[in-house]
Design a protein around this ligand. Sequence first.
Ligand code: NAP
Ligand code: MG
Length: 493
Amino acid sequence: MASEAKVSVRRYHLYINGEWVGSSSGRFIPVMDPSTEEIIAEVPDANEKDVNRAVAAAKAAFDSGAWHETTAQERGRILFRLAERVRKEAGMLAELEARNSGKPIVEAEYDINDVATCFEYYGGLATKVLGHVNPVPDNALSLSLREPIGVAAQIIPWNYPLLMAAWKLAPAIAAGCTCILKPAEQTPLTALEFANWLPEAGLPPGVVNIITGYGESAGAPLVLHPDVNKIAFTGSATVGKIIVKAAADTVKRVTLELGGKSPNIFFADADFESAIDGALFGVFINQGEVCSAGSRILVEKPIYTKFVEAMAAKAKTIRLGPPLERETKMGPLVSKDQYDRVRSYQEVGKKEAKLAAGGGRAASMPKGYYVEPTIFYDVDNSARIAQEEIFGPVAAVIPFANEAEAIRIANDTPYGLAAAVWSRDIFKTFRVVKAIRAGIVWVNHMQPTYVEAPWGGYKQSGFGRELGPSGIEEYLETKQVHINLNEQPIGWY
Ligand code: NAP
Ligand code: MG
């Protein structure tokens, strides 16, 4: 394999208890560059035995020793050191992320910057976790203490590999938890590189462990393990449902960040040029492999025809290319599986609606998992392409007659992750914002996401909130302490 590939195949290991170790099976999973279809690395195919080792390390680190004694100030400083290292190595990380996931290098650079910002944010927040005094009607001091939940298993997807790792690791470390992170099998490389810097940042062995492998063999045993106290999962709704059920037997705390089919709503009074850009950016950023993709584009009838035409014309100019070229605006999809999935939805769409742009493989790219940015219009909201998460550059444009109809269509989905509203009328806009059942609603924009603000879904898009102050809450328990201040005997008997 290594001899026939033009690129060198780097072999990685599992990171358990501060050491790089092989998997108990000795098997490896190939990791691809989706723009060349070549293998660029291989990572261990971990199984239950490896998971057990990692959980034992995480539990031991939580229960006693240096981490158990650590102060919030020390944890904050560790996070700042990690952020600094990420900033120093940003070029290497962005390049590796782009090569492994297929995302354009410029987008990967944004992601890596956000990774560092996330560690900085939770570095600062570590010392702002406050308990409180409860006003009980007795001569007693009633305290609420905040304590780390314990061992957290963190299972993440492939679309924002290191950023999803940061969203999970940073608040967990700030809270004082210990972690086992399982990256997606397609995109584990940046998280493994990142692990190299954990010891020098001051993290004792066992605080962060990284297990690579498939969901069924490495993810599932983590979810079942009795010593894991919390699961933080980002991924598909299908797997999210499996995880909630599997976590029930041991009553684990679970947070789920699942998919979406988010409406991007354009009223006729919106600024037209910004609207077209916003519609395209909302659905095609990161090749459409975005949980909050504005994949249902709802357009008010007076501007509908002009809108579809302008969108289609501009979509045809989107520059597809190798992820490492700075001019590239859209790279390949992450894997052959994802490519096949998106291609099949392009065919479903041709039967369900009218095609305005794209609809096939990107002919300009001879190799790699490239598909054309694709726009369907006259889509009925009950169509599969309007109800099912495609997770690729496929947009469904749906006309609406008035505000009430826009709201009805927007909410007519099992999901509730995100939405956007475009209009110059603040009163109408706010009525729509309030009526929409989603965890985030953008106004006159779509997609900006900030570490400082909460992120998560309504309905089947999940529960719990990452980022912002809520992000650390999900890693904390509350302990009530009652201190009797009466010196006399209780006097009951
Ligand atoms: P996925 O198939 O659900 O996988 C997510 C993670 O779960 C992967 O690490 C996967 O492992 C693992 N997994 C699979 N089966 C498992 C099981 N039975 N037990 C434990 N873990 C298991 O999702 P994906 O295809 O990687 O990512 C795309 C999905 O993520 C989309 O639905 C998207 O909307 C969602 N997403 C949501 C957000 C958000 O913030 N709401 C952000 C990004 C992505 P392997 O794949 O390695 O086998
Ligand atoms: Mg998967």
